[in-house]
Each structure stands twice: as C-alpha cells, then as structure tokens.
Ligand binder design. Sequence first.
Ligand SMILES: NC(=O)c1ccc[n+]([C@@H]2O[C@H](COP(=O)([O-])OP(=O)(O)OC[C@H]3O[C@@H](n4cnc5c(N)ncnc54)[C@H](OP(=O)(O)O)[C@@H]3O)[C@@H](O)[C@H]2O)c1
Length: 366
Amino acid sequence: MTFSSTIKASVISGSLEENQLATVKEIELPPIKPYQLLIKSEAFAVNPTDWKHILYGLGKPNNIIGSDVSGVVVEVGSEVEGFKVGDYVNAFVRGNTSDTEGAWGEYAIINPKVTVKYDHELKHTESNEAGLINSFEGAASVGLGLVTVALSFSHYLNIDYDQAKNKDKHILIWGGAGATGTLAIQIAKLVYGLKVITTASPKNHKYLKSLGADYVFDYNDDKVVEQIKEVGNNKIVYALDTIAFPETFQKVYDATEGAPEVFLDSLLGVDGSVIETKQERVVHYGYTLAYNVLDKEVVLGPVTFKQTPELLANYEEFWKQYLPKYLDQIKHANLLILKPGLESANEALELSKQGKVSGQKVVFRL
Ligand SMILES: NC(=O)c1ccc[n+]([C@@H]2O[C@H](COP(=O)([O-])OP(=O)(O)OC[C@H]3O[C@@H](n4cnc5c(N)ncnc54)[C@H](OP(=O)(O)O)[C@@H]3O)[C@@H](O)[C@H]2O)c1
C-alpha cells in the first residue's frame, strides 16, 4: 500500500451505555485485495443497521463501525475495471463486523459492486437541504439506500424497465420519509415510470411529493388502508415495506388487494407467514437484504437470506446499466450534519437509535 496503513477509525467500544457505543482507535489496514478499492474518506452517514449490530451483539468490540462513506479513490485493485485513482465515489460497506473493513475510518476498503462513481467533483457542504448529489455529505447519505432499492426493484419485485408497460401500474412504498423510502420514491418514478403511493407523517407530505410521490398518506390515520386502496384502484402491483413490522406489513398486504398478481417486498424479512393472508390472492414475497449483494448467505434471526446468480445478475444490470443514466437526477435526503470528526459517531448512532430524525439523514465528516 502506498499510504500509511495506520489509520484512525471509529470502532465498537464494547460499552452499551448511551453515547458510548463507539470509540476512536488507531488500526492497521491490510493491503487491499485485487477486487477492492481504497478510498480516502470524506464523509459518513449512519444507518439503523449500525447501532443494531452493536446492541444485538452482531458486531464485536474493535470492529469498525459504519455502512456508508464517500471519498476519493486512492488505490485500485488489480482486477477492478472502471475505476481510477482520483474518482469521486460513495460506497456501502459491510461494516460493524470486521476489524479492517468498515465505513467510518480515515481510509476505507470498499467493493466496486456497491460503489457509486460520480462524473463530477464532490465538495463539502454545510447545507442541510435535500438536493442533487454534489457534496461528499450528500453522497455518503445514499449508499446503503441505493443498494437496497436496486436489489428490491430489480430482483425481488422484478419490475420491468419498459416504462410504457408500467404507466398504469402503482407501487406502494411504506415509510417514504426514511433513507430507503426517499430513494425508492424517486427510483420508482425516474427509472420505472410507476405511479407512487407512499406513507409518512403529515409534516413530510410536501417533501415526498417534491421527490415525485403521486399520493402520500399519514400512516397513523385509521383509514390509511382504505385511502390507499381507493387511489390504487386495483392497480397496485408492487409494494416495498421499509418499516417491515408485522403490523405495517399487514397494512401493506391489505392495501394492495385488488390486482390479480402482487409483488411485496420488505426490509426485515417479514412475509405472509407473520400476517393474516387470503388464500385466493396471488402474492409473491421478497427478502431484500443489501448484504446479499456481497455475502452468499446471511442468517439474521429466523431468516436465512441467500445470494443466487440470478440475484447478482439482476442487481448488476440495475447498478451498471440503469443507475448511471439517472444518477444526476437523484436527490439525497435532507441532511443533519454533525460536528466534524470521527468522535461524532456516538451522536450519530444515538440519533438514529432513538428515532429522533424524521425526513433527514444524519451525516458527519472527518
Ligand atoms: N434489508 C435491507 O437491506 C435494509 C437496508 C436498509 C435498511 N433496512 C432496515 O429498514 C428499516 C428502515 O431503514 P431506513 O434507514 O430506510 O429508515 P430510517 O431513515 O431510519 O426511517 C425513518 C423514517 O421511518 C418512518 N416511519 C417510522 N415508523 C413508521 C411507520 N410505522 N410507518 C411508516 N413510516 C414510518 C418515519 O417517517 P416520518 O418521519 O414521516 O414519521 C421516519 O422518518 C430499518 O429497520 C433498517 O434497519 C434494511
């Protein structure tokens, strides 16, 4: 490696006390493998999976925290095609489980399969406004979300890319104001030309319409299922439940009744086995897990998520052929930018864990 291999990173401390999940430590980075890239990190985002790994014991002390990073490529593995030193990128990283690979370090080892390359320079910003991805902070905020939506839409929902075929079809995105939801709304519209129905707290309705949602309903309204069915008019063919509790999935199932065949995906492995279903309905269930793009098999609780050649091929078609065409039209969410420094990891994890952010993505820079 041409760079100092001793770097600072934010790692799992071993404490479960509030505001003490992370600590900054010096670590030794190994040389990258031929299929990897090394980047100099510029900004980081927090995701629920980060604190879940810590609290539920999936990550161990000294594992590098973090799943989202943006930065500049400083080294390219010998087998990697399509990247060069100096490229501006963001990447999803399988963090929280390794002492050498994780997003929140001065440098990060990343995998091109889940890396987004920009054809323009990224700069730092102080602005919290949602907008096109021109900043390191904005880029860091979209990594895991883009991989998740890419896998869900291309493989599990298996949506046709021919927009003409989709013009009468609707998709329901439950939890539109979250990190995954805001990207799912835009991609459903831009890439697939679907009509988008989503749910969020009333204060986020205008924002989600500005991202392209056709209809937004309050998920706390007792009549939300009826409201969705009415505008869906038996044409909701696809749904993604980004919240994925049995009670939200039941509502998604009920609200999508009407179309002859329906594809339902959820982000926490829930399916028809945890809700009340109707035998006469034809429903296909999806099991999106972003880690499956990188890992062949992941066991989380009672569900085993499996990578298949078809899953990878569908994902890669989206990632390589379709995402680049639309990337300059996709907006990152509103940001909540914390103080610079890896020490902000604790505040970021706490804000995400306590669900204190709404319609915003928490980011920080080095
Ligand atoms: N399977 C995967 O690969 C994968 C990938 C990414 C995330 N996940 C998981 O998916 C979940 C969402 O992650 P995320 O990062 O997208 O979310 P997030 O940004 O943390 O989502 C926060 C938003 O969720 C909305 N919300 C909360 N309860 C809701 C409900 N009952 N109905 C509808 N919306 C509700 C809130 O909307 P309002 O502010 O409008 O109230 C809030 O803004 C997490 O459990 C995460 O671990 C899984």
